[in-house]
Design a protein around this ligand. Structure first.
Ligand SMILES: NC(=O)c1ccc[n+]([C@@H]2O[C@H](COP(=O)([O-])OP(=O)(O)OC[C@H]3O[C@@H](n4cnc5c(N)ncnc54)[C@H](OP(=O)(O)O)[C@@H]3O)[C@@H](O)[C@H]2O)c1
Length: 253
């Protein structure tokens, strides 16, 4: 069995690679950090393939799919992603378009291309990494939250189509709360809530995907938080998220 992991060089994706390797899976790894990919491939052995790609590049998702031609992929993990903090009127347009390319466009393309192969074969797993942000409105990280809403809705819609066809293909979405990775450094913030261990999140996500779970939310507190958020009127929920986001920057605005 072979898994393809995007964003395998750091954080949750890297821990997923280690966990799947321990379970005996063969791996195809991608990210921009070629040195890290090389180092991981050396650790895992010659069956591990890797390709360094910037998924913000318009050709990159198709290049990745072409790279995998001839290898049977059984498990696609769309994990690469990042966030940008700030008021919508002030954040960089170029940076946000890059984020949409990585968090949305590449997930969309790769899910479609691999899903077609999996459906022909009647088997396969796709895990799209969203966030609890995917169920919320996120002032001060508006585009990031919107991108993760896209991933949640796309995945659940595809899942329903597959269910009606009685397909053997499983599509799941991972929705973690804060996780202790490089994510915050890149977004330029620090967590206002306790962050989960990426090893735990990776293991739980893979176990739950292989069991066929639709929405995977690691950790009881985050599960309860999501239930609370779903009971809140939308404006109140946005106001609460805004307060939590302000604490991340310590701005007090
Ligand atoms: N950490 C959290 O609190 C948290 C919470 C909920 C959801 N998530 C989601 O979890 C996923 C993984 O994030 P993480 O927390 O593990 O953060 P991370 O440690 O920063 O890892 C992000 C991964 O995405 C890859 N990536 C970023 N931009 C890329 C690009 N332009 N092209 C190709 N690969 C790119 C990075 O690889 P390179 O640097 O090598 O390109 C890296 O491997 C993301 O989708 C994130 O939105 C994170």
């Amino acid at each position: 069995m072979r898994a393809l992991i995007t964003g395998a060089t750091s954080g949750i994706g890297k821990e997923m690679a280690f966990y799947l390797h321990r379970m005996g899976w063969q791996l195809v790894l991608t990210g921009r950090n070629e040195e890290m990919l090389k180092c991981m491939a050396q650790k895992f052995g010659s069956s591990t393939k890797y390709i360094a790609l910037d998924l913000a590049n318009p050709d990159a998702p198709q290049k990745l799919y072409d790279f995998c031609r001839g290898m049977r992929i059984d498990f696609l993990i769309n994990n690469a992603g990042f966030g940008i903090f700030g008021e919508f009127s002030e954040t960089s347009l170029a940076g946000e378009l890059e984020m949409i390319d990585v968090n949305v466009r590449s997930v969309h393309i790769l899910t479609k291309l691999f899903l077609r192969d999996f459906e022909k074969r009647g088997s396969g797993y796709i895990l799209n990494v969203a966030s609890v942000a995917g169920f919320m409105t996120g002032p001060l990280m508006s585009t990031y939250y919107a991108s993760k809403n896209y991933v949640v809705r796309l995945t659940l819609a595809i899942r329903e189509e597959l269910r009606r066809k009685r397909s053997g293909v499983n599509v799941s979405v991972l929705c973690p709360g804060p996780v202790n990775t490089d994510f915050n450094n890149r977004a330029g913030v620090s967590f206002s809530l306790k962050a989960a261990d990426p090893k735990f999140v990776a293991r739980y996500a893979i176990e739950q995907t292989l069991k066929g779970r639709a929405v995977i939310v690691p950790g009881l507190m985050i599960q309860l938080g999501l239930i609370g958020a779903s009971l809140c009127p939308p404006q109140l929920q946005a106001a609460v998220v805004c307060e939590l986001q302000k604490k991340k920057k310590g701005s007090g605005r």
